[in-house]
Design a protein around this ligand. Structure first.
Ligand SMILES: Nc1ncnc2c1ncn2[C@@H]1O[C@H](COP(=O)(O)OP(=O)(O)OP(=O)(O)O)[C@@H](O)[C@H]1O
Ligand SMILES: [Mg+2]
Length: 442
């Protein structure tokens, strides 16, 4: 617990300091704004007690600086009787309190003790908020360039209040990304409410989002706030937004523009501060061209498009994900290089969700020990020769060997028919014959 005193009147400063020390309150004294700034740059104090009229750097400037450096630190302004307007202005700008000189020691002590209390409450509050942020922010495994670029974009939009549209194939991690953006936003300590637009019957949709008054329709036996208002101060996640009925889309757009909602059966609109993050695996642009999704809503949501890349475009992440998922299930198995390579080269049409389920299944079936290549189910492992998104091995590869393998597999695929094989490989037949001879593959 420590108080920084900035006061140019040396004898007054000394008196205050001695008095506070006598009361068991640690303190440091400086006599001008420069030194005051220097101390503040070094560390935070529990309370700052500063004169407002100081030579060179004024108390007001110090207060501004303190506010940016340590928003939680209460600042008490000392002012001479004639300068009360300065103090009032500082209070309006967020100073904690002011005290007019000359003051009684008792008054000073009371003010400072209260400020110290406020300081500790504010700090505790910040700690809790940070804690909420941490538990609310999911870990996003992955280090591939495509994924890192997506995370960077998410980090950029997170602190804004702009709506975000997350697109991506099924199972790529759209909801996780939405939670991540919420966790990284100023709203992290407030609610994240997820609504699956595909799961709400059309006739209940409006009231689900915007709420209703008791008696607004049959079955409305009490007031209902609605999801948007429930997420006040936080984030509403509208999953599968492409399934939202057109009539509701109009109302959602209105909310995005006005930050107001009108509960069903209510007379007056209500102001609501809720951020919207939407997700879809549909192509909303082409839906809006066909008229099945409102174009104006599409443009409003699409201010910040975030596309979650499909797993086959970031195969570098697979090993990390496998490790993460097998740990998550508390599994004791380890994956052989062959098993990993099979997993890395599979199709993953169902993206991360499919990978997670596959790893889960392997862990259960294996129980313990080393997962071999043959333990990886074949439906998971795409043939690398047909997969253009294969992972390049770290220590280089032999292009001729690859070519040989691909030619051999294509020949098998076409039952040894060289014309069809050449056609498939998009090379003239004589080139194929030349290669077969060169590689001694007859
Ligand atoms: N980067 C990641 N790190 C770890 N787990 C992830 C990651 N991305 C996604 N997951 C996991 O993959 C699964 C699918 O993610 P999520 O539900 O967010 O996908 P989705 O795109 O919303 O899928 P759908 O389109 O089917 O609704 C979840 O279990 C999620 O925790
Ligand atoms: Mg989802």
């Amino acid at each position: 617990m420590s108080v920084l005193i900035i006061e140019d009147n040396v004898s007054l400063a000394t008196l205050i300091s001695m008095y506070l020390s006598g009361e068991g309150i640690e303190n440091e004294v400086v006599h001008n704004g420069f030194e005051g700034m220097a101390r503040l740059n070094e560390r935070e104090y529990d309370v700052l007690l500063t004169d407002i009229r100081l030579p060179k750097i004024s108390g007001t400037e110090i207060f501004e600086k303190a506010k940016t450096l340590y928003p939680d630190m209460p600042v008490i302004i000392m002012t001479a009787f004639g300068n009360i307007p300065d103090a009032v202005k500082a209070m309006r700008d967020g100073a904690y309190d002011y005290i007019t000189k000359p003051f009684e020691n008792d008054d000073l002590l009371k003010t400072i003790k209260k400020a110290i209390e406020v300081s500790s409450i504010r700090k505790e509050n910040s700690r809790l908020k940070q804690y909420m942020k941490d538990v609310n922010t999911p870990r996003m495994a992955g280090h591939s360039p495509a994924y890192l670029a997506m995370i960077k974009l998410a980090d950029t939009v997170a602190p804004t209040d702009a709506p975000v549209l997350i697109t991506g194939e099924s199972g790529t991690g759209k909801e996780l990304t939405a939670r991540y953006i919420h966790g990284k936003s100023r709203r992290a300590d407030k609610q994240f409410i997820a609504v699956n637009c595909a799961a709400i019957p059309e006739q209940l949709f409006e009231s689900e989002l915007f709420g209703h008054k008791k008696g607004a329709f049959t079955g409305a036996d009490r007031d209902f706030k609605g999801r948007i208002a429930e997420a006040e101060g936080g984030t509403l996640f509208l999953d599968e937004i492409g399934e939202m009925p057109i009539t509701v889309q109009v109302k959602l757009l209105r909310f995005l523009q006005e930050s107001e909602i009108q509960p069903v059966g209510a007379g007056l609109p209500v102001k609501v501060n809720t951020r919207v993050i939407a997700a879809t695996n549909k192509d909303l642009k082409s839906m809006s061209e066909k008229g099945t999704f409102r174009e104006d809503l599409y443009y409003r949501l699409n201010v910040f498009p975030v596309e979650v890349p499909q797993l086959s475009r970031r195969r570098e992440d697979i090993a990390e994900l496998v490790e993460l998922f097998s740990k998550k299930y508390g599994s004791k198995v380890t994956f052989s290089a062959e098993a990993l390579s099979k997993l890395e080269n599979a199709q993953w049409k169902g993206n991360i969700r499919e990978l997670e389920n596959t790893v889960y299944r392997i862990c259960i079936l294996k129980g313990q020990g080393v997962v071999a290549g043959e333990d990886v189910p074949t439906e998971a492992s795409g043939d690398f020769a047909y997969s253009m998104n294969m992972v390049l091995p770290e220590d280089g590869l032999d292009l001729e060997e690859m070519e040989k393998t691909i030619i051999a597999r294509a020949l098998i695929k076409f039952g040894g028919n060289k014309s069809r094989t050449a056609k498939y490989l998009n090379i003239p037949r004589h080139v194929l014959l030349y290669r077969l001879e060169k590689y001694d593959m007859e």
